[in-house]
Design a protein around this ligand. Sequence first.
Ligand code: ATP
Ligand code: MG
Length: 555
Amino acid sequence: MSEEKSLNFIEEIIEDDLKAGKHNGRVHTRFPPEPNGYLHIGHAKSICLNFGLAQRYNGKTNLRFDDTNPVTEDTEYVESIKDDVRWLGFEWANELYASDYFDVLYGFAMSLVKQGLAYVDDSTAEEIAAQKGTPTEPGTANQYRSRSIEENVQLFEDMKAGKYPDGAKVLRAKVDMASPNMHMRDPIMYRIKHAHHHRTGDKWCIYPMYDFAHGQSDAIEEITHSICTLEFIPHRPLYEWFIDKLEIFPSRQYEMARLNLTYTVMSKRKLLQLVNEGHVDGWDDPRMPTISGLRRRGYTAASVREFCDRIGVAKRENLIDVGLLEFCIREDLNKTAWRRMAVLDPVKLVITNYPEGQEDILHGENNPEVEGGEGGRDIPFSRELYIEREDFMEVPPKKFFRLGPGLMVRLKHAYIIKCEDFVKDADGNVTEIHCSYIPESKSGQDSSGINVKGTIHWVSVPHAKTAEVRLYDRLFKSENPAAEEGDFKDDLNPNSLQVITAFVEPDLAEAIPGKGYQFLRKGYFTLDKYSATDKLVFNRTVTLKDAWAKEVKKG
Ligand code: ATP
Ligand code: MG
């Protein structure tokens, strides 16, 4: 975080707290994922914020799994979440689980029962909903609300002991059935669920609700600043009510806007549907907005952190242009990616005056953005090359600085060539381009005196490696697929993945997993996790320019 930047509203709160000497100057945040799916870029925002605040104020951040819902949760998700947080570059002070607090939470609940502040309700879910009233009409108390403390103690113990089936009873806080805030109308604290939990096994058949687990977990961990998203604003009075009545550590909740991104969906429930219904190749499909998907796509942790820093922390919902995320990775890869040549749509080019069987070993640096180029690689050159089909035109327009009959161009890292002739097949497709080369024009030692405007990339035919190249586009056709009524999957972009076979320079056979490569003039690419020495697979991380940006008027 740059120092000149003005403070965001949470930093302002923290600085005020520090000035007031609150919590003895201690800052302790937490990141509380529910392990019911893989983390997405929205979670990255929360991670960067929570861990970033702790770093800035010499504090700590807990990683707390909010695992109070045994049905949807899984250890696979726990492991992926840990991987993703680490990959983003953060280390937690403590790895904790809300389920570790089940005994304490039960004790808290029992103490509220004994204070007459919680009761066991036998109503069905429908009855409870009906009795809740509406935002404009108060709710109504039922006969269970006036149960005696003794009876409630007994019933709650029996709930825990497994005497009742799922849904037969709930434990509710006795707050205020007439509160203008619906969350305060005797919210449910515990429900019965005879389900196996991924950590506590079959020990429990009652599980606390979010509202009776989250704030209490914050308090147990003595979290000073508990940051969540805006939809929890109406839960805040309840968060404080429980802390107040239980007389536990006074954690405080602060709300920020969720990150919403164009052309994608962000809820784990929807992402899970895409995975389960086979619309994508798993949670880490490179088109997914998950952290693992971005990683497989070739995003760097630095670029994701930069993105989170740029979007900042707002108090109002908004929709961020995915172009900003792409901008961040482009900026990063421009500085770090190694340059290579790959021909994605090949046509053969023969250099007629270059002896058959001869080869040149040329040299190209890895990264011209860095002093010294970060080393380099050998690039073999021979009589037969592949070039991009689009770099040749039979009847080129003016200012086409590439190849066409009689035109000259420089082959990157190699020589200047002149197009002499070309061959077409019966269908009129160009199948071969014939050129002559100028031996004195070799890059780095050019004494030809010839100036050409264009430079094109190429790969030597006998040395080329084939590679499968996956070109990704946006997963959805519409900017906000979640917005409209109906099935968000109707908005899936049918052309979000194009698989092609390309020819790449031989050095790419040793491409480094996780490393970004710029295929000259073609974009940024990285090895896919399923790539193998005998079958190279590259994912396109991002194009060199924003193809979706509005056409800027050329001056
Ligand atoms: P989802 O609806 O995708 O499951 P969630 O909020 O239920 O999201 P949790 O695992 O409960 O997911 O969230 C862990 C933390 O990440 C919470 O503090 C939550 O507020 C935060 N978070 C989740 N999604 C976003 C988002 N889009 N933008 C910012 N923070 C988010
Ligand atoms: Mg959730």
